[in-house]
Design a protein around this ligand. Structure first.
Ligand code: FMN
Length: 734
């Protein structure tokens, strides 16, 4: 079944029961403190477990006039109900070795009483109990659908605990925590359901009924009282409760509740006159209570407390993700019908972002007076006047189609078009997944095989929703159709966060290849490291731009490429020393220098060198040997960075520098060529648990990954993916 059906069930169940789950969780969280606080009280007596019932009774007899009952609770506190020498009927905790009172019986505090009522029945008596029972079951279903969702996302049950691809804080921890919290949640919910069913007598009765057999005749009754072999052999560990006979009458018995059965014992002969074991329902009932409340087990009570906190986090992160998804979703409003359209744009999308890209293309075509039509892949149909088909599709699961594209494969086989259509496929995916844009590859292949479709441009893959990469594709596609498309980046909603002030320390002159270095000093104390991202909204617009940064002498260093119409790069290029800018720093945990690695290879092209310049000169990373591969068009591009790289070399902070220039006559070389030449270094670093870091353009990243994969497969007999899984490959490309 598709990932979405599970996601919708998961979300719908959560929405339906959210208020009650919130109430039950908050009250559960408070109640988890009750067993913990009880356990902290000093009434459990060391080694009392091994004491015999006989000795305990003897000790009590010497201290009190009469014993009515002894009870040992789940905390191992021993309560005795006695008639004191002063003639008072009292119940208190005792030390069984001395039979002396050690404390009063713990009364439930008003807070716990109130919370228990709210937790059990919402103060609505039977109706409340029914609601809570149902909510418990719904939470169980949520946990179940969550388990299925996680295994779908991870690519199967076997990969349940494999590395999670991080797409955001909420998504990552929802899955990561979910994998561990699922078991306690399932236990708590099932036991909750059980206790509710029991309350409404919907389970087989667990009442024990006794038939007392006649005791053998006793010669000298009074002499034998309680001095039985049985009482000498029974230890307190095995007992839950002992009720003493009311009178000296031989028909009044000792009633003893053991852990798994209860017995009646003749008070003179010590003979067991009736013994009944607890049935499965009684045992299940007692286990459900213990597991649901954590009574008598501090470890489990703490687990329950953590589970409640985890549920609260799941509610927060789950609803935040659902809201984000909703904000991203686009409603399709077509100006023309499918049969009037010349350009058909079909979208495969799970969470909506691909629709945003499709919409920009749609708007650009409308602006040119063309007739586009936009729809989902699942709505593939006949298009009477269409000449061009553009498919934009994401990939999900383990290279599967998004939900709204699942039927496309069937439809394309069944539906016949009137015209032959030229097609182009754009894949949206993430390099973090094994099957990068795999579904787009499949769609491209389906169209290639289909007689009514002729390829226009070859398949274009886009990593991490890069708008620049999409723009590049749209430009080429427009050119192939003779259209001057103006693709506008969709405006993201501004999140109201506090930006910080940074002072311009230096801006280098603009190099021959339109790049320059910018050094900024934060005007307030800020924690950041090389590899983090500078987030900026140039000219106060609403679209966030991110730049990888290096940290040098506490300042931020970033390389910038000036684009002719680039709002941000133009803004940066006009900055002067001492100007102030508003920006923020975003932590980029996935691209931090691996502090424990002995050797690190850094691969960059163009301004991607920025974070590496910081890492090279960072005192904290001096121990690791560093090798830098850097590529650009010409040698002149390197001048801007040479002083910092030379300094690192001079101070033994850089062990190898491999430069490649793609437009230099006689020494034309790409970064991947330099890597192939130093394959021995790559193999050694990977074999010795070293790390490879890549920063720069997506195009360079693709070529470099291919080269590295070839090297590892050929020389180390493992695909690059294996090393990536072990955290030996870190990338920040754009
Ligand atoms: C659970 C999950 C699985 C994914 N699996 C893949 C995959 O196998 N291959 C891939 O290239 N991208 C994969 N992606 C990345 C998405 O395809 C990518 O983020 C895409 O831009 C999302 O587009 P949408 O918002 O329109 O659904 C996956 C993303 C998620 C959340």
């Amino acid at each position: 079944m598709t990932i979405s059906i599970w996601r919708y069930s998961h979300l719908t169940l959560a929405i339906l029961s959210s208020v009650f789950i919130l109430l039950a969780t908050l009250t559960g969280l408070i109640l988890a403190f009750e067993p913990i606080s009880n356990q902290l009280k000093p009434y459990a007596i060391k080694d009392a477990d091994g004491l015999s019932l006989f000795t305990t009774i003897e000790n009590l007899k010497s201290e009190y006039d009469e014993i009515i009952s002894i009870e040992i609770d789940e905390n191992d506190f021993i309560a005795a109900s006695v008639l004191t020498k002063a003639g008072k009927n009292e119940t208190f905790y005792i030390d069984p070795f001395t039979a002396k009172k050690i404390g009063d019986i713990i009364e439930k505090t008003p807070l716990f009483k109130f919370t228990t009522n709210l937790h059990r029945s919402l103060f609505l008596k039977s109706i409340g109990r029914v609601i809570i029972g149902i909510v418990s079951f719904l939470l169980f279903l949520i946990a179940l659908t969550g388990t299925i969702l996680i295994s779908k996302r991870q690519g199967g049950y076997k990969r349940f605990f494999s590395k999670i691809v991080k797409e955001g804080f909420n998504q990552y921890y929802h899955v990561a925590l979910g994998r561990y919290a699922l078991i306690p949640i399932i236990i708590v919910t099932l036991t909750g359901v059980y206790l509710s069913l029991e309350k409404f007598s919907l389970l087989p009765s667990n009442k024990v009924s006794h038939t007392i057999k006649e005791a053998s005749s006793i010669e000298n009754p009074k002499q034998l009282r309680a001095d039985f072999t049985l009482f000498k052999s029974l230890t307190l560990k095995e007992i839950s409760r002992v009720d003493f006979p009311f009178s000296d009458d031989a028909e009044d018995y000792f009633f003893i509740k053991l852990k798994d059965s209860e017995i009646f014992v003749n008070q003179y002969s010590g003979e067991i006159v009736s013994e009944q074991g607890y049935g499965i329902t009684a045992q299940a009932s007692s286990w459900s209570l213990l597991l649901h409340t954590g009574q008598g087990n501090t470890f489990w009570a703490i687990m329950l407390l953590l589970t409640c906190i985890a549920i609260l986090f799941f509610m927060y992160s789950g609803f935040t993700m659902a809201l984000n998804r909703k904000n991203k979703s686009v409603t399709i409003q077509n100006k023309y019908t499918k049969d009037n359209a010349e350009f058909v744009i079909l979208v495969g999308s799970e969470t909506g972002s691909t629709f945003n890209f499709a919409n920009t293309l749609y708007q650009a075509l409308i602006a040119l007076g063309k007739y586009p039509f936009i729809s989902e892949l699942n709505s593939y149909s006949t298009y009477k006047k269409a000449k061009h088909l553009i498919v934009l599709t994401a990939t999900y699961g383990d290279g599967e189609a998004p939900t709204n594209a699942k039927n496309f494969e069937n439809l394309i086989g069944e539906i016949r078009q009137q015209n032959t259509l030229q097609y182009s496929v754009v894949g949206f995916g993430s390099l973090a997944y094994k099957g990068f844009c795999k579904y787009a590859i499949i769609v491209d292949a389906m169209l290639q095989l289909h007689k009514q479709f002729v390829p226009n441009l070859s398949l274009h893959k886009i990593n991490n929703q890069s708008f620049d990469a999409f723009k590049d594709w749209a430009k080429s596609w427009g050119v192939s159709k003779g259209l001057a498309l103006n693709i506008e980046e969709p405006q993201k909603k501004l999140t109201h966060k506090k930006l910080k002030q940074f002072k311009v320390v230096n801006r280098s002159v603009i190099n021959t290849d339109d790049t320059f270095l910018l050094e900024l000093a934060p005007e307030q104390k800020l924690k950041f490291t090389s590899g983090d991202l500078l987030s900026i909204y140039p000219n106060n617009d609403s679209v966030e731009r991110l730049y990888s940064i290096g940290k040098i002498n506490g300042n931020i260093l970033l390389g910038v490429k000036k684009h002719e119409f680039g709002l941000c790069s133009t803004y940066f290029s006009q900055l002067k020393k001492n100007d102030s800018i508003l920006a923020d720093i975003k932590q980029n945990k996935g691209f931090q220098f691996p502090a424990s690695a002995k050797e690190v290879i850094m691969i960059a092209n163009g301004t991607g060198i920025g974070p590496f310049l910081g890492m090279l000169n960072d005192k904290n990373f001096e121990k690791a040997k560093k090798y830098l591969f850097w590529g650009a068009r010409t040698q002149a591009s390197f001048q801007m960075y040479s002083s910092l790289v030379d300094e690192a070399f001079y101070n033994n902070k850089l062990s190898g520098l491999y430069l490649s220039f793609s437009k230099e006559k006689n020494q034309k070389k790409y970064v991947q060529n330099a890597i192939t030449e130093r394959y021995d270094l790559v193999c050694r670093v990977l074999k010795n648990d070293g790390v490879i870091m890549i920063c720069g353009s997506i195009a360079m990243q693709k070529d470099v990954l291919k080269t590295l994969d070839r090297i590892t497969l050929g020389k180390l007999k493992s695909p690059l993916n294996d090393f990536e899984k072990r955290g030996q490959l870190k990338m920040d490309c754009y």
